[in-house]
Design a protein around this ligand. Structure first.
Ligand code: AMP
Ligand code: GLY
Length: 427
């Protein structure tokens, strides 16, 4: 079989490595892919993940049997719709279903209409009305741009002045472009955060092993928000009892709501949850695999990934038992110095002669130069991932391996998994 994966980050590398385990897979094409993915797939750097007509033409001319569309942008732009029109089976939601991520107003209204637990909120399309509302609000409060904003469209002002600045930044200065035409202002919730990715064919659902992201740039959850500086799985805060509550009050009601709205969701639905004192609530939905959650979740998948993805596409997921390995995984991101603000590219990356068998490096932001050197080409460069029987061992092995990989200015957090280990000790 010939497969096509749209995207070119660490998440896509993890998906590709897992798809390759299926012996029926001959060639995997990555559009655009990256320097490290080129070791596992045929990369096509000329075709960007948002170039839908070129992606569809490529799929038609390369006898693609199955496509996986991984990033949010092409999903929101209807990449799956266009591939289906061209007769190509694929994994990922259509544009209508992808609105669960691409419009916060859509997802918040969905949750309100169907009684799915989430933070209380108001929607504004007029900055003056938003400011009038904020005058009487209590702080901190949460302000979210409606549309996609590279994970940066959420601001948490601590007082009225900061809230006024946030409204101005999003709605008047339009730092997130048209994504800021509308905003959601919502109640500030507290509690441990859990990411649960789930395979779903619209009706059946197979939640994956839970995980914990580390979104802030600095140790101790300080500094700017990033795409994610590291992950661990499973998330020790997510007990079997909480998982059952989430299934009954969040997961199944969300699938039913999407069906009722005429946009059943097929693909990977990501539930960003907060375990509040009042029970689990939805912080956000993503219409795709998380990055870097995928890098710790997929290594623990025992069932063949392509088989699961085909069952999602064929709406036969209910007939399949999706199984997981015991144990844990940890991913430490090596980023370019300065990320998520300004950083330089083009630094040569060096690896040790070999890495332990339980360690995998997923490449996120690098490229091959004309002379075949691997150099940095993005903010998040590598995701150094280890699997082990316990989280403690996985973290130790991931950090030991990360210390052997070098490029000028490389930066990592040193406390990935610390909160998770503390939660394990409390249990
Ligand atoms: P999001 O992009 O929606 O995942 O939001 C980014 C981060 O902002 C989340 O991971 C939370 O840490 C935080 N956040 C979002 N919404 C809320 C909320 N209602 N209360 C507290 N923190 C929130
Ligand atoms: N790691 C969070 C995300 O993928 O949105």
């Amino acid at each position: 079989m010939n497969l096509l994966v749209v995207g070119g980050g660490g998440r896509e590398h993890a998906i590709i490595k897992k798809l390759k385990e299926n012996p029926a897979v001959e060639t995997i094409y990555a559009l655009p892919g990256n320097g490290g993915i080129a070791q596992d797939a045929v990369c096509v750097p000329e075709i960007g993940a948002k170039d839908i007509p070129a992606i569809v033409d490529f799929a038609k001319s390369h006898a693609i049997d199955f496509a996986v569309v991984a990033p949010d942008d092409p999903l929101a732009l209807g990449c799956v719709d266009r591939l289906h029109e061209a007769g190509i089976p694929c994994f990922g939601p259509d544009a209508k279903a992808a609105r669960i991520e691409s419009s916060k107003v859509f997802s918040k209204n969905l949750m309100k209409k169907y009684g799915i637990p989430t933070a209380r909120y108001e929607v504004f399309d007029d900055p003056a009305k938003a400011l009038a509302y904020l005058k009487d609000a209590s702080f901190p409060i949460v302000i979210k741009a409606d549309g996609l904003a590279l994970g940066k469209g959420v601001l948490i002002p601590q007082n009225l002045q900061e809230a006024e600045d946030a409204v101005k930044t999003i709605m008047e200065d339009k730092v997130f472009g048209a994504s800021g035409n509308e905003i959601v202002v919502e109640e500030f919730l507290t509690g441990p955060e859990v990411s649960v990715l789930a395979f779903t064919d619209g009706t059946a659902i197979a939640p994956m092993v839970s995980s914990m992201d580390h979104k802030r740039a600095g140790d101790g959850d300080t500094g700017l928000n990033t795409g994610g500086m590291g992950t661990v799985a499973p998330n020790p805060c997510y007990t079997p009892e909480i998982a059952q509550v989430c299934m009954d009050t969040i997961f199944l009601p969300t699938l039913a709501a999407m069906r009722a709205e005429g946009c059943p969701f097929q693909g990977c639905l990501y539930f960003g949850l907060m375990l509040t004192p009042d029970g689990p609530k939805v912080i956000e939905y993503n219409c795709r695999f998380g990055d870097p959650e995928t890098q710790v979740v997929l290594p623990l998948l025992k069932t063949d990934l392509l088989t699961v993805m085909q069952a999602v596409e064929n709406r036969t997921l209910g007939d399949l038992k999706v199984e997981w390995h015991d144990g844990a995984a940890a991913c430490v991101i090596l980023a370019s110095g300065g990320y998520p603000s300004h950083y330089e590219k083009g630094k040569v990356i060096t690896f040790p002669a070999s890495l332990p068998e339980n360690v995998t490096v997923y490449h996120a932001g690098d490229k091959l130069t004309e002379s075949g050197e691997l150099v940095t080409n993005g903010g998040r460069v590598l995701g150094v991932t280890a699997s082990a029987p316990t989280l403690k061992e996985a973290l130790k092995d991931a950090y030991a391996a990360a210390a052997t990989i070098h490029f000028e200015g490389a930066y990592m957090r040193h406390d990935i998994g610390r909160r998770a280990l503390a939660a394990l000790e409390e249990r």
